[in-house]
Design a protein around this ligand. Structure first.
Ligand code: KIV
Length: 273
């Protein structure tokens, strides 16, 4: 039995997230894309699970998140929801599902909620998508924002380097965060921005801020599960802390299996009928 099994099994809700911010309790968030991993993540006490469109990179091997479709996000989110009892499950709206207009955004948002059973949707952007965010919130669906490095706009940025170092972009980010907060978002992811800016935003807004590469003063942290478990040794950005080296553990285990099969030491007499 893991020493990290949580005793407080109450479901995490939008209300709990706001309470956590108010009383200074940090929010731990990780991504998951399938049932088995989501069950482990939930049991280990993670407060929020993000069914990220980073599935495009880590599950499907694409270079960007742009190819993800509604059907693919729904498949991943539905699988995750089946494995979760306690965590608040947030699903990314994929690129193209909410940028065209608010009506299409709401239609797609309702479809994801109906078909997955997730708790909340995450959309990238600020003022540009304000109408859509408002309409989705008006239909009763919790929304989490995402500002700073927004991977769905990677082709516009042309680089994965830190965002909002310049005054104009930092001011826009602050205004976008204020707007999302006023609209009633239940949180915002701040990705790869200077820690001082993330601290400032976290103090200004009522909603919880969840950082990734945004320093330690945000209200919570999020990492991509495959990255923090060390599934890809080549991916090593400064903000990433690796909590395991699963690539080595898995390769060793599989290598041992291959050897045992070839040596005819697996299965042995106790492993047969
Ligand atoms: O898709 C994702 O995993 C994300 C995180 C990087 C925040 O949006």
């Amino acid at each position: 039995m893991s020493k990290y099994i949580v005793e407080d099994t109450r479901k995490v809700t939008t209300h709990r997230l706001l309470e956590m911010k108010k009383c200074g309790k940090k929010i731990a968030m990780l991504t998951s894309y399938d049932y088995t991993m989501a069950k482990l993540v939930d049991n280990a006490g993670v407060d929020c699970i993000l069914v990220g469109d980073s599935a495009s990179n880590v599950m499907a091997g694409n270079l960007t998140t742009l190819p993800m479709t509604m059907d693919q996000m729904i498949y991943h989110a539905r699988s995750v929801v089946r494995g979760v009892n306690r965590a608040f499950v947030v699903c990314d709206m994929p690129f193209g599902s909410y940028q065209v207009n608010a009506t299409e955004g709401v239609k797609n948002a309702i479809r994801i909620m109906k078909e997955t059973g997730c708790d909340c949707l995450k959309l990238e952007g600020g003022v540009e998508i304000a109408d859509t965010v408002k309409r989705i919130l008006d239909s009763g669906i919790p929304v989490m924002g995402h500002l700073g490095l927004t991977p769905q706009s990677i082709n516009k940025f042309g680089t994965y380097t830190v965002r909002a170092r310049e005054k104009a972009e930092a001011e826009k980010l602050i205004n976008d965060a204020r707007l999302l907060d006023e609209l009633g978002c239940c949180g915002v992811v701040l990705e790869k921005i200077p820690a001082s800016l993330a601290t400032q935003v976290s103090k200004i807004v009522n909603m919880p801020t969840i950082g990734i590469g945004a320093g330690h003063e945000t209200d919570g942290q999020v990492l991509v599960i495959d990255d923090m478990l060390g599934m890809d040794q080549a991916f090593a950005p400064k903000f990433l802390r690796r909590y395991a080296n699963l690539a080595e553990i898995i390769t060793d285990a599989i290598g041992q299996y291959v050897q045992d099969v070839k040596d005819v030491t697996f299965p042995n007499s106790e492993e047969e009928y």
